[in-house]
Unconditional design. Sequence first.
Length: 363
Amino acid sequence: MKVQVTQANLARALNTVARVASVRGTLPILANVLLKTESGRLNIMATNLDVAISHFVGTKVEKEGAITVPARLMQDFVTNLPEDVINLEVEDKKLSVKTDRYNSVINGIEADDFPLMPAISSAASWKVPTADFKSALSKVVFAASADDARPVLTGVYFKSAGGEVNVAATDSYRLAEAKVGKSASDVEFLVPGGAINDLLRIISDNEKEVVVKHDDQQVQFSSGDVTLVARLIEGTYPDYKKLIPTKFATTARLSRDDFLGVTKVSALFARESAGSVTVSVSKASGQLSINAVAAQLGENTAKADAKVSGDGEVTLNSRYLAEALGAFSADEVEFCFNGKLEPCVLRSLKEADYLHLIMPLRS
């Protein structure tokens, strides 16, 4: 292989893919990135066997070829080079990296040993605008579980109904659901939360759309020169729709910023009680208040004006509440619940495609 590429383009591609490379894997080659010429361009890829990311770079190809080199070393080295044209050449499992002022040789492993993700067969395909795609995923992925004891809860669930595709995530204590796009074909699959976080990191806002392809085992997300392929999580996702109440005894509509502000202040006093705060809604005062008590620190009550229907109080995890409020972009939100032991729902009239549910704590 012999190619020329700009430092800026090569560094961008390496920063996109290198994080997926696994230094703790049983296969040493998983700590490497693959550099391979394809159709007059340079394809840079990394994988940990569950997720693979590739990034195509415009390149002047003098000789076709491929090699794998240590991901971390290659990434850090190229990032620290000055903006210039870089000459890459492979000889005897070694990659020569040259610029006007730098001349380095990096030991590699033959590309034939690099594990490629299987091709997606009989793939269903659909497209979604990039802005809508990233917005929906960023609103739900943080609600996925970090506990591998229940693998299905560590993923983001894609499910279509009537042509509309929704994404959802839950850790059994909270649930987030958002509309992500439309698909003419049936959609139902479960993507690891880590893969979704990688996807949000690598998709450029400058690209117009994301193309989604999937079969029974894998899903592929493509946007511009970047592609991510992930193995799907096996298992049956909970029927979370049954958890979402349709009617509420108590509702408070208020400024999202005000609600988030009183939540964050109260959370400071809730650290001793694992983040537990009591949210009270009063129709008489037209206010929502949050109370937190800490035996060592003291007590805090913070209030915000609201348009209230009904009265009641419920105890919640303040971190869950703050993270849910932070996911909304609308100026105003509704906080709805039916009692101390029933799920609470956050929603917005101006953001009807998003809903967040939080299970209460026993006070």
